[in-house]
Design a protein around this ligand. Structure first.
Ligand code: 5GP
Ligand code: ZN
Length: 137
């Protein structure tokens, strides 16, 4: 994709703070980090999101995430790690080249977890029923 920001980063047409690369994946520092060391891990082949990426390529991407996450934690002396993926604008996706966020967390970083959206009476069963039905093959 010629005009994709992350494709341009992978091709080194736009500079990035690359920290890891292999045949299929590329990892670099997010320019607006939640915490210092916040990484983006991307497949080298352009795909938009979770719906677009073939399962084997997603598995390959997650292999890199699985390899890097504990190294990030140890190298930055983090207390925890968030792994995230935003898909579509409603979920906060801003760059439409699939990517996984690896976010080092610190006990005193002041970030809060998401506000909850609690179930009212009986709602949890209805949602469970809808999803069990959707997962039926
Ligand atoms: P999304 O919201 O799509 O999941 O995340 C996109 C991420 O890309 C954001 O966290 C944003 O800070 C990061 N980002 C946007 N433009 C650039 C850039 O030019 N360079 C780097 N390194 N990160 C970027
Ligand atoms: Zn791309």
């Amino acid at each position: 994709m010629n005009d994709c920001l992350f494709c341009k980063i992978i091709r080194a047409e736009i500079p990035s703070e690359k920290v890891y690369e292999d045949d299929a994946t590329y990892a670099f520092l997010d320019i607006h980090p939640v915490n210092h060391g916040h990484l983006l891990v991307v497949p080298k082949t352009h795909v938009k999101d979770i719906y677009d990426i073939p399962r084997k390529d997603f598995s390959r991407l997650m292999e890199t995430v699985h390899e890097l996450a504990p190294i990030v934690k140890a190298a930055l002396n983090a207390d925890g790690i968030n792994i995230g993926m935003n898909n579509e604008g409603a979920a906060g996706q801003l760059v439409f080249h699939a990517h996984i966020h690896i976010i080092p967390r610190f006990s005193d970083d002041g970030h809060r977890h998401w506000h909850g959206n609690p179930y009212q009476d009986g709602e949890i069963t209805k949602v469970g029923d809808a999803l069990r039905k959707a997962f039926e093959k």
